[in-house]
Design a protein around this ligand. Structure first.
Ligand code: DGL
Length: 275
């Protein structure tokens, strides 16, 4: 089965296009809502949260885990890949992130070589997007902006209010001044405000959310790796797990993403090692 992991609700913006494109597989989703947002935590704390999530998802039988969360991808992906995929199970399990496919797409579409990146403090401080983009083309200029207030607005369902739009406008001002032509939404939550991003940046700027790009890249990956694809169960099962309020999770999915989902199961993941 394929597992999708996020710090909270945001990963649903990645899961939705993945399921649309690849409906045949079984999926589980884990949202660590009780400890979200991850973006203001230290890299050490995020690595610990990510380890606990990976252990939980492997214990549920996942063969392939997707770190939908940009914060976890940028800060902890290499760490968990190293920790959990180096043993005898290496060939049977995979953990993938969302950053590289999005960086590749941005490099492909920029015309003026000026790319903007928005994300949480942890994602921007990790500099991972800049590193990945420069591996592909060192001449591209990268302009980054952390937008830490957006996730709390979105988690509260306040992102449609004028206060959220005015904060977003302030965050984007410096990126507008740099005349970028491509903007990476380096956070799973931001697609919920994509119309505002597009309106503020204007129609000359291409705004890239990670969901669709990740879905296409996953499809291509499974095509290249039949040894993984063959192992994935294909009964169209969808299960949801959250570390916080299941009803709130279900309501959020329906209201903000139009996803009718089974009520999630509430779980505790911070003591898997002690059980
Ligand atoms: N899911 C996170 C991300 O994509 C945003 C929320 C958080 O800070 O935990 O970066």
């Amino acid at each position: 089965m394929i597992a999708i992991f996020d710090s909270g609700y945001g990963g649903l913006t990645v899961m939705k296009p993945i399921i649309n494109l690849l409906p045949q597989y079984d999926y589980i989703y884990l949202g660590d809502n009780a400890r979200s947002p991850y973006g203001n935590h230290s890299p050490e704390t995020i690595k610990k949260f990510a380890e606990e999530a990976v252990e939980y998802l492997f214990s549920k039988g996942a063969e392939l885990i997707i770190f939908a969360c940009n914060t976890a991808s940028s800060t902890a992906l290499r760490h968990v890949q190293h920790k959990y995929l180096k043993g005898k199970d290496e060939k049977d399990r995979k953990i993938l992130g969302v950053l590289i496919p999005v960086a590749q797409q941005a490099v492909k579409i920029t015309k003026n070589g000026k790319i903007g990146v928005v994300g949480t403090k942890a994602t921007i401080n990790s500099n991972v997007y800049e590193t990945e983009i420069h591996k592909l083309n060192s001449k591209i200029s990268i302009y980054q902006k952390a937008c830490p207030l957006l996730v709390p607005f979105i988690e509260e369902g306040w992102h449609t209010k004028p206060e959220a739009k005015s904060v977003l406008k302030k965050y984007l001002r410096s990126l507008k001044d740099c005349h970028i032509d491509t903007l990476i939404l380096g956070c799973t939550h931001y697609p919920l405000m994509i119309k505002d991003f597009k309106r503020i940046m204007g129609n000359k700027v291409k705004v890239l959310p990670s969901g669709e790009i990740t879905a296409e890249s996953l499809k291509a990956y499974l095509g290249r790796h039949p040894e993984i694809e063959n192992k994935l169960s294909k009964n169209k099962k969808r299960e949801f797990f959250t570390t916080d309020d299941p009803q709130k999770f279900q309501d959020f999915a329906e209201k903000n993403l139009g996803m009718k989902i089974k009520i999630p199961q509430k779980i505790i993941i911070n003591n898997v090692n002690n059980e």
